[in-house]
Ligand binder design. Structure first.
Ligand code: K1U
Ligand code: ZN
Length: 170
């Protein structure tokens, strides 16, 4: 089922999320809904709070060509970050049509629980590294615009407030 994506500003996008305690059938269904919602948007990642679910859960697929590589990460944690930074023009499905350069560690190691309840750890590079850090930020109530200066952040927030008023009017 495709879920509605929250648009900034929304208090749920600013709150830290709760850890996932166990994998249940409901959680597996949520993962499937999140992947469907991400592919339909389209996007390369999605975090549970973006659909109003305050759980530490993200989905990603950064493959541009070739067979899809969907990933579901529960309770993801960065365990190591490179000193080397890389800059990428980021977007966000909760801040439509707004993009800005954000500098983040170029390589990160992330540990998480998968949908079988097993612990996983992997190194991410390139777009995958940018995306996993962007999604983990969502779980901590942080948006990519929080890395920008106050003027640029305020300008984007005002545009989003206007968009939400227009969407509400129908
Ligand atoms: O978390 C999100 O809001 C999803 C976001 C992830 C992201 C994008 C760019 C850098 C870091 C994280 C998106 O997917 S925005 C849409 C997007 O980037 C895209 C859409 C279609 C094709 C390719 C990319
Ligand atoms: Zn985002």
């Amino acid at each position: 089922m495709i879920r509605d994506i929250l648009i900034h500003p929304d208090p749920r996008l600013k709150k830290p999320c709760d850890p996932v305690a166990e994998v249940t059938a409901e959680l597996s269904q949520l993962a499937s809904d999140m992947l469907e919602t991400m592919y339909e948007a389209p996007g390369i990642g999605l975090a549970a709070p973006q659909i109003g679910v305050m759980k530490r859960m993200i989905v990603m697929d950064c493959i541009k060509e070739g067979p899809p590589e969907p990933m579901v990460l529960l309770n993801p944690e960065v365990t190591w970050s490179s000193e080397d930074l890389s800059s990428y023009e980021e977007g966000c499905l909760s801040i439509p049509d707004q993009y800005a350069e954000v500098k983040r560690p170029a390589i990160v190691k992330v540990r998480w629980m998968d949908l079988t309840g097993a612990e996983q750890e992997r190194q991410f590079e390139g777009l995958w590294a940018t995306c996993v850090q962007h999604e983990i930020d969502h779980l901590d109530g942080k948006l990519f615009i929080d890395y920008l200066g106050p003027l640029k952040r305020q300008m984007i927030t005002r545009k989003m407030e206007k968009l939400k008023r227009e969407l509400a009017r129908g």
